[in-house]
Write a protein that binds this ligand. Structure first.
Ligand code: THU
Length: 139
């Protein structure tokens, strides 16, 4: 897996973030097991609760295009005046972690949170969502 390439894709995705309310722009790049990558950005709404996070945007785009098996996601997020270097790592919210759980093996799936192309941290989904609830529990 080319992590720098995935972060570059997340930075590109972030450019399409629509976040006029929070002014916090997030981009995500989701790597599928067939090598394809789907981009996502947060899209806010005047009715705030209708907002979608970048990570779920990427997952829903991929699933609706027929992909259901994912290897990794890179995430970059920061205030709108931050361009290619973020002041913080943007960790996925709880709801996004759970959505990622639906389509990945928690001990294998990688979550890369990046401040820039060279400054990033890598986790497994299991590390960020321990003792999780998933499809096997209800099948
Ligand atoms: N946001 C994401 O895109 N991903 C997350 O995991 C956390 C939050 C977005 C939602 C909203 O548009 C903005 O960040 C501020 O909460």
């Amino acid at each position: 897996m080319d992590i720098k390439k995935l972060i570059t894709a997340a930075l590109l995705a972030r450019k399409n973030s629509y976040a006029p309310y929070s002014r916090y722009n997030v981009g995500a790049a989701l790597l599928c097991d067939d090598g394809t990558t789907f981009l996502g950005a947060n899209i806010e709404n005047a009715s705030y609760g209708a907002t979608i996070c970048a990570e779920r945007c990427a997952v829903f785009k991929a699933v609706s295009d027929g992909k259901q098996s994912f290897l990794a996601i890179a995430i970059v997020g920061g205030k709108s005046d931050e361009l290619d270097v973020m002041s913080d790592y943007a960790y996925p919210c709880g709801m996004c972690r759970q959505v990622l759980r639906e389509f990945s093996d928690p001990s294998e799936f990688k979550i890369i949170v990046a401040r820039s192309i060279t400054d990033y941290k890598e986790y497994t989904l299991e590390e960020l969502l321990p003792e999780s609830f998933g499809p096997d529990h209800v099948k």
